[in-house]
Design a protein around this ligand. Structure first.
Ligand code: HEM
Length: 444
């Protein structure tokens, strides 16, 4: 694996703690866009350049389909991108369940519009270090009238290290075969690199075809970016109204997620949270659902069991390994102080960032068939309780003895505020894009 060719965000974990900023750019003039491409070559951080996640600052880049069009990428190359990417996330809204409150007409401007061409993702372990990345981002577009910043969003780890709903995230990620970077995460069985990188062997035993020519596609990926606003007060009130006491509230929330707030999985700690387990990198992910077919420990409909059913589907024809994602999600917005039950009107939530080599088979399949669907587990009337489009009519079954509990009238706890599909090119591809005029004039 060529660490110096692959962007850091694909192979490296973000630092812990982390701060970051997403900067979205619009290209108004192709010539300035081309100057920007050349500058990117000096500023983008490859996986090989980010060896110590406790220091430095990290700049990564992605392009939307129309961004590539505006940069003058040849038609045959544009046509070689997957249909979902060419259409863009907003056009896929109905399929993804982004309807009603979550539909693109309510998205935050400019998300989902033709103004978003380029995304810069800046990360660092400290605010001081992030300044370096911000400086690099400025160098990329400064004094270019034809390239403008159209959106900026700061992200960062919450003080308690958890998501706004109070749960540790970023625990489970696939391990990529051939990625021997010391800080690469994942205790699970390895997944073939072609599930996340074009031009590599995948879980179906073939080489993942990426965009053409190979200089453009090889070592690149797709990134699904979603701004998900979280209704924290609504979540807290739902738990309060449907539980008899605080312990039951915590249990109900854990059943919905599939893990306790500390990150300890219900499969290994079914009765109560176990913070030592939650912190133990070697144990907190070492579980399957084979001994819990009915979901008595971890409900079949919980967020993590839907998002990655592990061995739950062994008897079916589904190969779970072809539906995996590398998650690089981050938090945004101020926390809602503990105990506050009313919404304070602030925007807070999660920037979901999922890396894959097939948007349809990975991100879209997980979102539609597993999170918003349920046929796979005999749960066709239910949706994911955490991210599903529940809209006050959601149901969630908690298997128990002697009888199961069925939670009803679940509201939507997460609302989509925008989203984009990005192409995350390799360093070779960036160079190829920057030198495009030279290739075409040579061909002529
Ligand atoms: C507001 C939105 C979301 C919240 C609050 C959330 C929260 C969480 C939490 C707390 C975990 C457990 C920690 C871990 O295993 O790393 C988790 C795991 C996971 N989530 Fe989400 N998530 C959200 C959206 C999504 C979306 C949109 C997807 C995919 C389309 C997704 C896919 C996953 C996957 C694949 C896992 C790992 C499951 C496993 O390997 O066991 N999540 N999420």
């Amino acid at each position: 694996m060529n660490y110096d060719d692959i962007q850091g965000i694909v192979l490296q974990e973000r630092p812990t703690p982390y701060v970051g900023t997403y900067v979205l750019l619009s290209i108004d003039h192709q010539q300035d866009g081309k100057v920007m491409l050349k500058r990117l070559l000096d500023e983008v951080t490859s996986a090989g350049q980010w060896n110590n996640p406790h220091e430095g600052a990290w700049v990564n880049v992605g392009f939307t389909y129309q961004g590539l069009q505006k940069l003058g990428i040849p038609k045959e190359s544009l046509n070689s991108f997957d249909l979902e990417f060419r259409e863009g996330m907003a056009a896929r809204a109905a399929k993804l369940g982004d309807v009603n409150e979550s539909s693109p007409e309510h998205w935050e401007d400019p998300l989902g519009t033709d103004k978003v061409d380029v995304a810069l993702a800046l990360f660092a372990p400290t605010k001081e270090a992030l300044l370096q990345a911000e400086e690099a981002a400025r160098r990329i577009h400064c004094e270019l009238n034809g390239v403008s910043v159209v959106y900026q969003l700061d992200v960062g780890m919450n003080p308690d290290g958890r998501t706004h709903l109070g749960f540790m995230d970023g625990i489970s990620n696939p391990r990529i075969e051939g990625n021997h970077i010391p800080n690469a995460v994942g205790q699970e069985a390895e997944i073939k690199a072609g599930e996340f990188l074009f031009g590599h062997l995948n879980e179906s035993g073939t080489i993942t075809q990426g965009p053409q020519p190979a200089e453009l596609g090889h070592n690149g990926s797709y990134l699904s970016f979603r701004k998900l606003h979280m209704r924290v007060a609504t979540f807290r009130r739902y738990l309060r109204e449907h539980a008899d006491n605080r312990e039951e509230e915590e249990l109900l929330a854990a059943k919905m997620v599939g893990r306790w707030p500390s990150g300890a999985p219900l499969s290994l700690a079914p009765e109560a949270d176990d913070p030592a387990l939650g912190e133990d990198v070697s144990r907190r992910n070492a579980f399957t659902y084979g001994d819990d077919h009915k979901g008595l420990k971890c409900p079949v409909s919980s967020h993590i069991r839907r998002a990655f059913p592990r061995d739950s589907l062994q008897d079916s024809v589904v190969n779970v390994n072809i539906h995996r994602l590398l998650r690089r999600s981050t938090m945004y917005g101020p926390i809602l102080p503990k105990g506050v039950m009313e919404d304070d009107g602030q925007d807070r939530g999660l920037i979901f960032a999922g890396i894959c080599s097939s948007l349809s088979r990975q991100f879209e399949f997980i979102k539609t068939d597993w999170l918003n669907g349920g046929n796979f587990a005999g749960m066709s009337t239910e949706k994911d309780p955490i991210t599903g489009k529940n809209e006050g009519e959601g149901m969630f079954t908690i298997p128990d003895k002697p009888i199961r509990h069925r939670m009803k009238e679940i509201p939507s706890f997460s609302i989509t505020k925008g989203g984009e599909y990005f192409f995350v090119p390799s360093m070779t591809a960036l160079r190829w894009m920057a030198e495009l005029d030279q290739h075409t004039s040579k061909e002529e």
